[in-house]
Design a binder for this molecule. Structure first.
Ligand code: GDP
Ligand code: MN
Length: 379
């Protein structure tokens, strides 16, 4: 789950990271009042759960409260990458000399949280990562020791900071790491961490993604979920207890079990196709759940064929077949289906599909090849 900038920065602040003392407005008038209270120049920032707001015109400086109101009027209601801006953050404007990137991510290969930083932070960091990866420094943190002072100081030095900034940087790096661990995050990022004219450091932007699987430990974070900003089908999937992740391909996959779902995606790729999603309907899925899953898959206009791969254990193949037929009857999809049902009640399930004139495959290889052909219109 992604948090808004203002939420992420408040959390960082609780862990000792210096952040601007801003407030959130939902109307231009409110933005003016906040700017009035702050006094001096402010920055008006769109609160939407996507990056690149600056480039999209969603971050604007304002010298006076009147100007803040005007900028808020421009930004509220703006469409940024398909999301409508409903809130703006009004922060005191920072005096930016330099922009540093600082992030904590999980490095699965190293099985560590890795601190990444670059002296070339700011809105072009993706470009830096692509063209000049050496400009991004990485330090892995031992989970039992946590962020050590020497690691943060080493990073501060690599970033070319002045000695007087080593301590403040260490406090920020440690705070960000602790915020990451304390929230069960997948990502905690400050971009930019700015060096101000007086040499002080300030976290001007904040981004945090928390692990959905850790949310049960953080009811305070769980309630921050912004349903307005979530893909409606991801919301639907979560409510139906389906694990669904949308991807860019053209073959919709409906599978039970995360491992089988990954194997299915791999084999689709192997035969020259590309999966449109990861979808695990879980164990013991009934007809209704299958119908919801199908509706979610078909909501993606890029889907050219659907591959259903079910291993019947607790899940019964005839239940899945009934669910599929019910869903197909309701949704009336215009894409071809390839169905593989094996395990508990597979004969019954296959018979139901055959009656309705749907091809079933025996092996996964066969099913994947059929799905790839179907997506190309060759079946
Ligand atoms: P993003 O584009 O969504 O990452 O939004 P950011 O909050 O990172 O803002 C984008 C850029 O706007 C930053 O990299 C800064 O260059 C600039 N910016 C943001 N806040 C301020 C501010 O308080 N003062 C000044 N001068 N520039 C700012
Ligand atoms: Mn940013």
């Amino acid at each position: 789950m992604k948090l808004h900038e203002y939420q992420a920065k408040r959390i960082f602040g609780q862990y000792g990271v210096p952040v601007p003392e801003g407030e959130v407005a939902t109307t231009p008038e409110e933005a003016r009042e906040i700017a009035q209270r702050i006094g001096g120049p402010v920055v008006v920032k769109a609160q939407v759960l996507v990056g690149g707001r600056g480039k999209a015109g969603g971050v604007k400086l304002a010298k006076t409260p009147e100007e803040a109101e005007e900028k808020a009027r421009q930004i509220l209601g703006m469409d940024i990458k398909g999301l409508t801006v409903k809130k703006v953050l009004i922060d005191p404007a920072a005096d930016i000399q330099d922009e540093i990137y600082l992030g904590m991510i999980i490095d699965r290969a190293r099985q560590r949280v890795v601190m990444m930083a670059s002296a070339e932070g700011g809105v072009e960091i993706e470009e830096v990562a692509a063209t000049n990866p050496d400009a991004i420094k990485k330090v892995a943190v031992d989970p039992f020791l946590g962020m050590k002072g020497y690691q943060a100081i080493g990073m501060a030095s690599a970033l070319g900071l002045d000695k007087s900034q080593f301590r403040p940087f260490t406090k920020i790096a440690t705070g960000l790491y602790n915020a990451f661990i304390g929230s069960d995050a997948e990502l905690a990022e400050i971009n930019p961490l700015v060096v101000q004219g007086d040499g002080s450091l300030l976290a001007v932007d904040g981004k945090m993604v928390v692990d959905d699987n850790g949310l049960f430990r953080h009811p305070d974070l769980a309630e921050k979920r912004d349903l307005d900003e979530e893909d409606p089908y991801e919301t639907k999937a979560r409510e139906a207890d389906l694990s669904y992740i949308k991807l860019d391909g053209e073959i919709g996959c409906m599978v039970n079990g995360a491992g089988l779902a990954m194997a299915t995606m791999d084999i689709v790729k192997f035969y020259g196709g590309s999966p449109a999603n990861f979808l695990d309907i879980g164990g013991g899925a009934d007809a209704e759940k299958v119908a919801t899953a199908l509706e979610i898959i078909l909501s993606d206009p890029h889907v050219k064929a659907v591959l259903v791969n079910i291993f019947g254990g607790i899940t019964r193949c005839d239940e899945v077949a009934k669910g599929l037929l019910k869903a197909i009857d309701e949704v009336k999809p215009d894409v071809p289906f390839v169905i593989r049902l094996v395990g508990t009640n597979e004969e019954e399930g296959r018979a139901l599909m055959a009656e309705a004139n749907f091809p079933t495959a025996r092996t996964l290889a066969e099913a994947a090849q059929m799905a790839v052909a179907a997506a190309k219109g060759e079946l």
